[in-house]
Design a binder for this molecule. Sequence first.
Ligand code: SF4
Ligand code: SF4
Length: 460
Amino acid sequence: MIYIDRDLCTGCRRCAEICPTGAIEGNQGEPQIINREICVNCGQCVQICSAYASPYTTSPETMAAKNRERRLLPAAAPEPLFAAYNESHEELVREALARPDLFNAVQFAPAIRFALAEDFGLSPQVVTVGRIVAALRRLGFKYVYDTNFAADLTVMEEGYELLQRLQGDGALPLFSSCCPAWVKFVEQAYPQLIANLSTCKSPQQMAGAIFKTYTGQLDPDLRSRHLFVTAVMPCIAKKFECNRPELGGSYGRDVDAVLTTRELAHLIKDKGIDWHSLAEEEPDQPLGEYSGAGAIFGVTGGVTEAVLRTAAEVVGGKPLEEIEFHEVRGMAGTRKVNINLGKEQLEIIIVAGLKNVVPILDDLIAGKASFHFMEVMACPAGCLSGGGQPKILVETYRGSIYRQRAASIYNHDRDLPVRKAHENPAIKQLYADFLGQPLGELSHALLHTHYTVRRSEENV
Ligand code: SF4
Ligand code: SF4
């Protein structure tokens, strides 16, 4: 999934410094290799690598061979090819879009809408939801939905799961399970803590499961056609996640292909779509409707805040006076907060950056730590800093761009008419028409999963 091109790698080992698992091996000045047994596919090495082959100084034959190796579209707009790279799903998506027997649906993650425009020269402060929808339709997607809708759904399921575990049903502390790099890290490095992971699928996978089941009810035409679901994500590990055998059902895989933000920009440029002249369009409903709670999933602390907005109202039985939980916000790698939830004092830990979680897990196993809930995102500022986002090659800009992307996310939340997942009318309708209730039988079948102990090479 993640590779280092021996021809291009200079052996600078900047990637090894940023790698949270120590998976990059090699001597200074020599090409590096990745130890797949401990790599979690977070893509931070891909994000930071600055050694490249230029389309202007490398032969067309060599560029074409490297494009093929990376599964990038051969005719894609000429761009530098960096030494550390991920295998692309561009070919896979273009093949699916060309098949008349498929109905192509697409979803895009919270962190895309504040970062994609950077690849077209705009500032991270520009929110481009309607323009992304328009571009996805020009690429040929018939249904344009929104991962934010499924983030709201995740809040419902995970919020109720937290309340259930607080009542003694299930292991505590509860660990968030939205980040596939974090989930793989627990499976391979701390398998004794697998029971602490939330059984909730990530928003990407919940979205796919709902598209492939509920949409058949909404649109009878879909029952006779096969739905191919593409997700656009800031994250490279989402490609690994969509291929996990645990994630799917009788309808096939929840999600069939994952494009990173960079890959979507590449496809838009390749198709000759003029980004700057696109008019705003609305996503398809009802699976394109979302609240501010879903929108803040893209920033570290966002999952926790979104879950608290729902859990606090369920426990308190009345609307919250203040729905912004500023205590959980910020960019520090580890944040510990106490929140009152009814009679319960909830101790919460928020971690951004996988390295920061190791001492906490070690303390937990040694019996030296106790808390109720922990959100972990493998990347340094949460999904907005994912390995698949537009590259930030000037190191000194990195922090400022992360802060601007986070500010855009919180501004978007403030601008939305509905800001709590349980008040999203499309979510209410989904439970009323189809799922029944959070943690119900159908929710369990479609929206929850289990995990794998990964210790051997064949299980990597
Ligand atoms: S992959 Fe890139 S960042 Fe890593 S050592 Fe090679 S050139 Fe440096
Ligand atoms: S993808 Fe992440 S874990 Fe894997 S080698 Fe790169 S930085 Fe390390």
